[in-house]
Design a protein around this ligand. Structure first.
Ligand code: PSU
Ligand code: MN
Length: 322
């Protein structure tokens, strides 16, 4: 595993760890990475801020140190201050636009000293360098509908294939082509496992996408053994742990599905589907508008649920790693 001294050297003075993250990593205490694109581009203000704070406090209350990752003024931050969280979440007009930072955007965002929210791919890239093995988020990027023409396949899927880590999410949004997303994950050598009683691969707002995950784990201890096995292979591999949204939300989830279908239709009609990195944020915003705010409420519920599960798994995993 990467030592902090090595990581500092590799980043050449660009790495800033929060005190609590540094302490936890040095002592082998459980640490979970959190992304920041969801703050800068994925949710509207002020829910983006309250959710980011809530995720951190859920993790802490279960004995896990949160490492929210973001770029700021030429530095890579692993663990951000309250003030930085507020700045990331501030979407008022007139501010310099924040960058959505996938793998390819890390260097230019640093070189230009901009503020960047890291995507799943960007967050994994950074987390690995400091030896963090677990990451909690809402949904990953995937294969977009129509990708057989547009070739819009999220860098998140490729990152999962090259950066060994356990990523906990609620599946992939049905703004995406879920069967093809699962195909690419297989091609990339990523172990996809559903958490809980049923093997269904979840579709973010709803517990089932109609697809089945190749693997399943029943509880935190089974999840931790799987992740431990993946991370201790001769050439470590990633696990995508898919946690279904709790079933009490199913009626609202089905309403949001209708908004998703309409948003995807509109994106094609208006040519938004050809705008690269803007596609996902546009769809998220439009689903929010069309669902009258229900999508956002569900998004918060499911990501908080992921944080609870992720914390329990991280505690078990740290035990196995001692
Ligand atoms: N899905 C969500 N909310 C989000 C994202 C995805 O429900 O905020 C963000 C994540 O940061 C993810 C990124 O890594 O969008 C994927 O973007 P793209 O499809 O452009 O790779
Ligand atoms: Mn894309």
């Amino acid at each position: 595993m990467a030592s902090l001294a090595t990581a500092r050297q590799q980043w050449g003075g660009r790495l800033v760890l929060s005190e609590e993250v540094e302490h936890a990593l040095q002592h082998g205490n459980p640490v979970v990475a959190l992304e920041s694109t969801i703050i800068t581009h994925g949710m509207p203000h002020p829910t983006n801020l309250s959710t980011a704070q809530s995720l951190e406090s859920i993790l802490r209350s279960r004995g896990v140190t949160p490492a929210t990752i973001a770029l700021h003024s030429g530095k890579v931050h692993v663990g951000v201050s309250q003030a930085q969280l507020e700045e990331l979440a501030d979407t008022s007009a007139g501010l310099v636009k924040k960058v959505k930072v996938s793998r390819r955007d890390i260097a230019p965002t640093l070189a230009k000293g901009l503020i960047g929210g890291t995507t799943v791919a960007g967050t994994m890239y950074v987390a690995r360098t400091v030896g963090i093995g677990m990451f909690v988020t809402g949904g990953i990027g995937g294969v977009h509908r129509g990708a057989e023409k547009s070739m819009d396949v999220s860098a998140d899927l490729i990152e999962l294939g090259r950066t060994p880590m356990a990523v906990i999410c609620a599946g992939a949004k049905s703004i995406l082509d879920i069967p093809r997303t699962l195909e690419v994950l297989e091609t990339q050598g990523v172990c996809v496992a559903t958490y809980g009683d049923k093997p269904d691969f979840p579709a973010f707002y709803t517990p089932s996408s109609g697809q089945t995950s190749p693997w399943a784990v029943k509880n935190a201890s089974e999840a931790a053994s799987l992740i431990h096995a993946s991370l201790t292979l001769p050439d470590p591999l990633s696990t995508l742990l898919a946690v279904p949204i709790p079933s009490i939300h199913t009626p609202e989830g089905e309403k949001v599905q209708q908004a998703v279908e309409q948003a995807v239709r509109e994106s094609i009609e208006q040519g938004i589907d050809k705008r690269g990195k803007e596609v996902t944020p546009w769809l998220l915003k439009r689903v929010g508008e069309l669902s009258g705010g229900i999508a956002l409420q569900l998004n918060v519920k499911l990501i908080e649920n992921n944080a609870r599960v992720g914390a329990d798994v991280a505690v078990e995993l740290a035990r196995l790693q001692r």
